[in-house]
Design a protein around this ligand. Structure first.
Ligand SMILES: NC(=O)c1ccc[n+]([C@@H]2O[C@H](COP(=O)([O-])OP(=O)(O)OC[C@H]3O[C@@H](n4cnc5c(N)ncnc54)[C@H](O)[C@@H]3O)[C@@H](O)[C@H]2O)c1
Length: 344
């Protein structure tokens, strides 16, 4: 029997509790530590799951019963805490976006590789049926050569959402705002499904919130394949609209709204449906959070099977480079070659 893998969740604000819950449901995983500076968040959650509450993340790294740390902290802390984890020989699951920019992301990835620990980046929205089916349709040729690939993520956040956090909406602690926080999910899906993006041109403004970075971003993209598309991401549109992805290929059209396929018109191919076993996976009833469960379960298996996780640190780079390029396009008012961002 493989040994149980001990987990610690560091940061239990908005998303950390989801990690804690799914660790307790994953086979072969055991939640050992909840770490948060705030007692009102950390202590009750630790008590709920019979884990220990710690405030200092350095103390987590001393724990011999912890093999994996889930970093659910404000984005600018990811590198520092992942470095401490890697140097202590702990595997890392880090929330999206992996870090503020490509430079810091590369350091984080290299530190994990150099220390021989596994690194998974959360992209939970790749695991729902709608996005997986669309990915398959593009990659197995069912949709034919892509002509247009668009994402429209128009959502709403209050001013309090930014103000109470102390980090959201700032360049120094978030690396941007709407596009890097909410939009990174969609940009990851676009680069994963439709392929690498070569060049972008666009705007990243704050039109409604009192924040430093963007709440309204619109860019035009040229894919390496030659396809064209737009990336729209806002936290300034009320009421929130469904997250929408549109894929137009030579053989048809797929539209996904809130991760469900709402239009499937593909020549001679049916959409199919998820198998019953997939619907029984913890979190499947809660839409995209099924991905959190599957990525945590996958880390346990990756350790047991001595392989990389299904989404590695490196897989966070294509979307982050596109995001950085769009911010650069706003700053310069010019089209930006995405590869230049990575090479800079
Ligand atoms: N995958 C998703 O669906 C999803 C959803 C929300 C957030 N996120 C990502 O998760 C990360 C966290 O976001 P959030 O919205 O949960 O943030 P948050 O501000 O709600 O929570 C962060 C928590 O970290 C704690 N913290 C801060 N500094 C600490 C330190 N030095 N030591 C211990 N605890 C500390 C805070 O007290 C807070 O409780 C971000 O990178 C964000 O982009 C992902």
């Amino acid at each position: 029997m493989p040994q149980t893998v001990g987990f610690a969740v560091i940061g239990v604000g908005l998303v950390g509790p989801t990690h804690a819950r799914f660790i307790t449901q994953a086979e072969g995983a055991e939640l050992k530590v909840i770490c948060d500076l705030r007692e009102d968040r950390g202590k009750p959650l630790a008590e709920k799951y019979g884990a220990e509450w710690l405030t200092d993340y350095r103390a987590v790294m001393q724990r011999p019963d912890v093999q994996v740390v889930n970093i659910c902290l404000p984005t600018a802390l990811h590198l520092e805490v992942a470095t401490a984890a890697a140097e202590a020989g702990k595997h890392v699951i880090v929330e999206k976006p992996i870090e503020l920019n490509i430079d810091r992301a590369l350091k984080l990835i290299a530190t994990c590789r150099q220390n021989g620990v596994k690194l998974a980046t959360i992209f939970n929205r790749r695991f729902v049926f709608g996005t997986r089916r669309a990915h398959a349709a593009v990659h197995n040729g069912e949709l034919g050569k892509l002509v247009v690939a668009d994402m429209f993520f128009k959502s709403w956040r209050t001013q309090e959402y930014y103000d109470e956090s102390g980090w959201r909406g700032t360049w120094s602690k978030e690396g941007g705002a709407a596009l890097i926080n909410q939009g990174v999910h969609g940009v990851d899906l676009m680069t994963w499904i439709a392929g690498p993006i070569k060049r972008v041109q666009g705007y990243a403004k704050h039109l409604r919130h009192n924040i430093e970075a963007d709440d309204t971003t619109i860019a035009v993209c040229e894919y390496e394949s030659g396809a064209l598309g737009v990336i729209e991401c806002t936290t300034s549109v009320y009421p929130r609209q469904p997250d929408r992805i549109e894929l137009n290929g030579e053989k048809g059209t797929i539209v996904i709204e809130d991760y469900k396929i709402t239009q499937w018109e593909v020549d001679g191919v049916t959409q199919g449906e998820p198998a019953a076993a997939e619907l029984a996976i913890p979190g499947a009833d809660r839409g995209t959070s099924v991905g959190h469960f599957l990525q945590i379960q996958d880390m346990v298996r990756a350790i047991q099977e001595r392989r990389d996780p299904v989404i590695k640190g490196e897989d966070a780079l294509p979307s982050l480079a596109v995001i950085q390029a769009i911010y650069e396009a706003e700053r310069t008012g010019k089209p930006v070659d995405v590869r230049q961002v990575v090479l800079a």
